[in-house]
Design a protein around this ligand. Structure first.
Ligand code: DNO
Length: 349
């Protein structure tokens, strides 16, 4: 596996000169953050990002994300134009050595939490989701730091009304259309498209979500069998729903060569009503068996990119929620240890 770390570009408060000191890291996962969804990424932005990475001995083979414009998700007549722009951005990424693009197909909102500074008993802070609190939230005034795309209140209102009546089936058709139209570019560039699961993996605010379960993933891979159509196995997102058997999913999709990228973090289920807290990475701190997940990936031939995903804010760090340095670096150390042991105990299933 290739261990990576998310980097928010030159504006990230954590410099690459620090990131490179994390043991075992091969590269960063980044994006061009100052261009709106649906617009072309300047070649200079990509080459200057790559230069920064190279100067620090880090690769830049994964982009997270090239955001998918809502017109594509909505299946509007303008979608072909936006898919062509997306394809051109993929070509430009390939020119600077990108191999994998993580994206999501969640209508309007990316990940949703109800508290970004949930205080844990040890004094650290986590992102958390409380089912009861979500019911009180107004989607028209939602903005969470870390999203690749966010909207003004008036834009949100308009978008939410455009989604009225959008069914799961229609949204799925729009995803299939998007991937099929990108297919020649994927073959030409070799780029792997790694869809990020819904976070949380269920409908929110009445908006349909279609990458939440094993059934959803099977349907996607069946509809678009291209070897470049795959998954970001975000175990934290899928694992927020206790009905998702993440160890089984890791084994199955690694075996099917669909896992291009893995986000490894742990969650602790609370109250049995869908509420959860993002815990430390170790199995003992949350509800997921991280060792079994990594063993399943390794036993089934996974050799892709990995990142520690979110961390808590610890030791007084006032980092971007989920994206401070310290706990993610601890996550890297833990994940490397799990892979080292899993490789030693690899069984060829
Ligand atoms: C959260 C991230 C997501 C992810 C997007 C991919 O921290 O895992 O925001 O980047 O869903 O498009």
């Amino acid at each position: 596996m290739k261990l990576t770390f998310r980097y928010y570009g030159p504006q990230d408060s954590i410099p690459l000169s620090y990131v490179r000191q994390i043991p075992g890291l091969s590269g960063v996962v980044t994006s061009v953050y100052d261009v709106k969804a649906g617009e072309l990424w300047p070649r200079e932005s990509l080459s200057s990002l790559r230069k920064l990475c190279q100067e620090n001995g880090l690769s830049m083979e994964v982009i997270e994300s090239i955001p998918v414009p809502e017109d594509i998700k909505l299946g509007k007549p303008t979608r072909d134009h936006y898919i062509d722009v997306y394809a051109e951005n993929l070509r430009r990424c390939a020119e600077v050595g990108v191999r994998c693009v993580c994206y999501n197909f969640m209508p309007v909102f990316d990940w949703i939490r109800t508290d970004l500074t949930h205080q844990n008993p040890d004094g650290s802070h986590s992102l958390s989701y409380e089912a009861g609190e979500l019911k009180k939230m107004n989607p028209k005034h939602l903005h969470l730091p870390g999203w690749d795309e966010s909207y003004r209140a008036d834009e949100l209102e308009g978008l939410l009304s455009e989604y009225q009546g959008m069914s799961h089936e229609k949204l799925r058709e729009n995803l299939v259309y998007f991937l099929n139209r990108l297919s020649p570019t994927l073959d030409e560039t070799g780029i792997d498209m790694a869809i990020h699961p819904d976070d949380p993996p269920w409908d929110v605010f009445g908006l349909p979500r279609i990458i939440s379960s094993e059934e959803d993933l099977d349907a996607l891979f069946h509809a678009v069998p291209s070897p470049h159509n795959g998954l970001t196995l975000c175990v934290g997102s899928l694992g927020e729903n206790p009905h998702n058997d993440v160890v089984h999913m890791a084994a199955k999709y690694a075996e099917e060569k669909r896992v291009f990228f893995a986000h490894l973090r742990n969650v602790k289920w609370e109250k049995g009503d869908g509420s959860f807290v993002e815990s430390g990475h170790q199995s003992a701190m949350g509800s997921l068996d991280m060792g079994a997940i990594v063993q399943a990936l390794v036993d089934h031939g996974f050799d892709g990119y990995v990142r520690p995903d979110h961390g808590r804010n610890i030791w007084g760090e006032a980092g971007k929620p989920g994206y401070g340095l310290y706990d993610r670096a601890l996550g890297c150390a833990y994940i490397s240890g799990l892979f080292e042991m899993a490789e030693k105990h690899k069984s060829n299933k």
